[in-house]
Write a new protein. Structure first.
Length: 224
C-alpha cells in the first residue's frame, strides 16, 4: 500500500510539474514550444528521480552489509580488540566502515554487499569480480587505510601501519587460499575475524590503548 501511494504521489508531482511548465511556455511562446518543454521536463524529472532512487537503494544495501560485518566483528571485543564503526576521515567525504585495533595490528575493513550472481575469479595474480578489476574494487579501502595511517602516525610521532581488508557478503568466493587484489585480502565476511586474529602480534597492550585513544579522538563518527 505504501509503495503504491508513493508511486502515485511521484506521478502526481511529475504531472503537475509538466503541466505548470507547459502552461507558462505556452502562454509565452505557443502550444508547440509548450509541448516540447513538457516532454523535456518529464524526461529530465524521470531520469533524476530514477537516479536518486538507485542511489538510495545502493546506500541501503551497503548499510545492510556494514551491519552484518559489525555483528561478525563484535566478538573481537572479548579478545581485547577495539572495533570502531563508520568513522570519518580528517578531511573529505570518505568514511571508514570498520576500524579494528588490537595486538595483531590496525585494520580498515571495507564491507561489500554484492548479489549472489557476482563471482570472484582469480587468474594468476589478478582478480576480477564481475566486470570490475580487483584494483578498482580495493582502491577506496587502500585510500582510507593510507589516510588513517597518516593521521595516527602524525599524532603519535611514530609509524603506524594500517592494513586494508575487504569483507564480502553475498558473492561467490573461493573457499581455498586468500584472494588478494593489489595486496589487499578479499575475504568472506565470516572469515575476517579469524583472519585478523591469526596475524602475528605487532602491538603491545599499551600501544593498543594509545592507538585506540588517538583513533577515537581524531576519527569521529561519520555524520552524513
Amino acid at each position: 500500500m505504501k509503495l503504491a501511494e508513493g508511486r502515485t504521489r511521484r506521478l502526481t508531482l511529475r504531472a503537475g510539474l509538466v503541466l505548470a511548465s507547459a502552461i507558462v511556455v505556452g502562454w509565452l511562446w505557443g502550444w508547440l514550444a509548450a509541448l516540447v518543454v513538457a516532454i523535456v521536463v518529464g524526461v529530465v524529472d524521470t531520469v533524476y528521480r530514477w537516479r536518486r532512487h538507485e542511489a538510495v537503494r545502493t546506500w541501503r544495501k551497503g548499510a545492510i552489509g556494514e551491519r552484518r560485518t559489525a555483528r561478525m566483528l563484535r566478538p573481537l571485543g572479548r579478545r581485547g580488540y577495539t572495533v570502531l564503526h563508520d568513522r570519518a576521515l580528517p578531511s573529505g567525504r570518505a568514511n571508514v566502515d570498520h576500524l579494528v585495533i588490537g595486538t595483531t595490528g590496525v585494520f580498515v575493513v571495507d564491507s561489500k554487499n554484492w548479489h549472489r550472481g557476482k563471482r570472484l575469479v582469480r587468474r594468476g595474480r589478478s582478480v576480477r569480480v564481475g566486470g570490475a578489476s580487483g584494483a578498482q574494487i580495493v582502491r577506496s579501502v587502500v585510500y582510507e587505510a593510507g589516510r588513517v595511517s597518516e593521521t595516527l602516525t602524525r599524532s603519535l610521532g611514530r609509524p603506524v601501519t594500517v592494513i586494508p581488508v575487504v569483507a564480502v557478503h553475498g558473492a561467490d568466493m573461493p573457499l581455498v587460499r586468500v584472494a588478494k587484489a593489489s595486496g589487499v585480502p578479499l575475504l568472506r565476511a565470516s572469515q575476517v575475524r579469524g583472519w585478523i586474529t591469526s596475524q602475528p602480534t605487532k602491538l603491545s597492550t599499551a600501544e593498543v590503548a594509545e592507538v585506540t585513544a588517538t583513533a577515537t579522538r581524531l576519527l569521529p563518527p561519520y555524520i552524513t
